[in-house]
Write a protein that binds this ligand. Structure first.
Ligand SMILES: NC(=O)c1ccc[n+]([C@@H]2O[C@H](COP(=O)([O-])OP(=O)(O)OC[C@H]3O[C@@H](n4cnc5c(N)ncnc54)[C@H](O)[C@@H]3O)[C@@H](O)[C@H]2O)c1
Length: 257
């Protein structure tokens, strides 16, 4: 399968995805768009298959669009992308926090027979939660632990800064929105997913732990994330998950739930 890819957002994740796509034989052309013209040009110079174009101009030429920009970009472009029957990969998963917007995109994708891919991003264990949610799940908890500085705090002992549901967590801690959204969408929804955010001076990295209990048994998955070498605010795992999703789209064998 040979295809063309459009990328919206040429930052940390967009750059990693474009560089990986540049090496994939299944991908012929890579169209790049960013509101920051310097970011577009820098990335375009670093890959062989790249062309800079506006989203409107590249859409008729691509098979898949990779969003790695912002929630605003998803709000702006998702409908038009899907209405043209193009598959869409969304990294800014928090944009689907709005149930009505998510349902609208689902409806268009169904009608146009295209897909919306939500990579698991910076969190691990989404495959297990997806499978478990086919039957009853009693509890899903996300424990996010960060060094106090990463949460804008200055504690000298472990402190739980948030304890509540995912819907309230993303309002109080919007930087946690993508992880909470992926987990909630895979499992029991924003209102039933329990979130604990911990500031821990012992922690040197951001970590996410998922604990779940249900008819399937018990699940515990934890990841300690290294920062992306090109953007310390982004977890490297998010880029790896984005690239793995792209491989999933082009590969004949699909592994995982
Ligand atoms: N799902 C996850 O677990 C996960 C993890 C990390 C990041 N993210 C999300 O993925 C997105 C990209 O993350 P990143 O680390 O690459 O960020 P980044 O800041 O390194 O890059 C984002 C790029 O997008 C561009 N951009 C912003 N708004 C745009 C718009 N409306 N149209 C076109 N370009 C636009 C910016 O100029 C920037 O170059 C962010 O929304 C981030 O929240 C998700």
């Amino acid at each position: 399968m040979i295809m063309n890819l459009g990328i919206i957002g040429c930052g940390a994740i967009g750059t990693d995805v474009a560089k990986a796509a540049d090496k994939m034989v299944e991908i012929e052309k890579i169209y790049l768009f960013d509101i920051d013209k310097k970011a577009e040009m820098k990335l375009c110079k670093n890959i062989k298959k790249g062309t800079i174009k506006s989203v409107e101009d590249f859409l008729p030429k691509v098979d898949v669009v990779f969003e790695a920009a912002s929630q605003k970009a998803v709000n702006e472009y998702a409908e038009v992308i899907l209405n043209l029957g193009k598959d869409l990969v969304v990294m800014s998963v928090g944009s689907l926090f709005d149930d009505k917007f998510k349902e609208k995109l689902e409806k268009i994708a169904r009608e146009k027979k295209c897909k919306i891919y939500l990579p698991s991003g910076a969190v691990c264990g989404i495959d297990g939660i997806l499978s478990a949610s086919i039957d009853v799940i009693d509890e899903v908890t996300l424990v996010t632990t960060k060094p106090p500085k990463a949460l804008g705090k200055n504690f000298d002992k472990r402190t739980v800064v948030f304890n509540g549901n995912a819907r309230d967590a993303v309002k109080e801690f919007p930087m946690n929105i993508n992880v909470a959204a992926s987990l909630s969408l895979a499992g029991v929804g924003f209102d039933n997913t329990h979130v604990e955010i911990v500031a821990d001076p012992v922690a040197t990295r951001n970590s996410h732990k998922i604990l779940a209990h249900g008819k399937f048994g018990r699940l515990r998955a934890e990841v300690e994330n290294m920062p992306n070498p090109n953007n310390s605010k982004s977890s490297y795992m998010a880029s790896l998950s984005a690239i793995a999703t792209l491989k999933r789209i082009v590969n004949p064998i699909q592994i995982g739930a």
